[in-house]
Design a protein around this ligand. Structure first.
Ligand SMILES: C[S@@+](CC[C@H](N)C(=O)[O-])C[C@H]1O[C@@H](n2cnc3c(N)ncnc32)[C@H](O)[C@@H]1O
Length: 277
């Protein structure tokens, strides 16, 4: 397989591109199956390209895009190229009309190739590449005023080939990890714990609250008992240190530049990489 083409096909909040080196340095030398229960844009799996993998995300529109690219890449490409080609003189008006159409389809749960194409198109043409939904679950990010081609066709074909061997799920992280066994590797990049608990950011309409972080820490302990290799990344916050500290896990603090953050004072921060091996 020509791996050089494979990179994430969407920009994603919390994308792990910056941390790839630190993540790779800490990988177990050998493992059986690969699990990524919060795959997002897939920066890590597309870097590692593990042979036996399961990916999951609770965002159904995102997972629909993975599935369409996996199962019918030509149909997906045709739909996305049509959107690029039809971009009117007024890109802004076009973007907003597609955003409405995308939200209509979301509300009707039409998870098809057209929805995947719209998802990728608006991700590439929206402000900051952020996927953000309002209280009703509707995508509400404004236009970014650029005209770019939404996809690299060769990359999509290579990603499609790679995904043939990957199990793709669209539910909760706990369900996704049910079958993980001794010797499997689980890479865990959940939504961030709040830097400031009063301004809790959420990635999906479901949100990821303190209880979810606690539930995840319990799963981490359980996977450890099962003999899985687990690596987890998050902000270096009090909550995360409380949940994972004092249990014999390896906890390394690393500096990062924060890309998607409107508050410039928050652009350099600390992340923590936690390993149970
Ligand atoms: C920090 S992002 C992952 C970023 C990813 N590592 C990347 O490089 O793009 C966290 C992801 O968790 C997903 N998520 C939120 N709650 C979830 C849940 N309960 N179960 C599974 N996925 C969830 C979000 O939709 C989001 O894509």
């Amino acid at each position: 397989m020509n791996n050089s083409y494979i990179t994430p096909f969407v920009k994603w909040a919390g994308g792990k591109r910056q941390l790839l080196l630190q993540i790779k340095e800490r990988m177990p030398e050998k493992y059986n199956n690969y699990y990524e229960p919060f795959v997002g844009g897939g920066a890590v799996i597309f870097e590692l390209l593990p042979a036996n993998a399961l990916i999951n995300d609770i965002n159904k529109a995102l997972i629909n895009a993975y599935r369409q690219i996996c199962n019918t890449p030509e149909t997906f490409l045709k739909a996305v190229n049509k959107l690029d080609k039809e971009m009117w003189e007024d890109g802004k008006e076009y973007y907003y009309s597609l955003r409405d159409h995308y939200n209509d389809k979301l509300m009707r749960a039409e998870y098809d190739a057209e929805l995947a194409a719209l998802f990728v198109f608006i991700n590439k043409h929206c402000f900051n590449g952020l996927y953000r939904v309002n209280g009703k679950g509707l995508f509400n990010v404004p236009y970014n005023n650029t005209r770019i081609v939404s996809v690299d066709e060769n990359a999509i074909m290579e990603i499609s080939k790679y995904l043939q061997g990957v199990m793709i799920m669209d539910g909760d992280f706990e369900v996704a990890c049910k079958e993980a066994k001794k010797g499997d590797f689980v890479f865990i990049d959940s939504p961030y714990a709040p830097l400031n608990p009063a301004s809790f950011e959420s990635y999906t309409k479901e949100g990821f609250d303190i209880e979810s972080h606690q539930r995840l820490a319990n799963l981490f302990d359980e996977l450890t008992d099962r003999g899985c290799y687990c690596m987890l990344t998050n902000h270096n916050t009090e909550l995360i240190n409380e949940l994972y500290g004092g249990k014999g896990y390896k906890m390394d603090v690393v500096s990062v530049k924060r890309m998607i953050n409107s508050d410039a004072s928050n652009r350099v921060g600390e992340e923590i990489i936690i390993c149970n091996y």
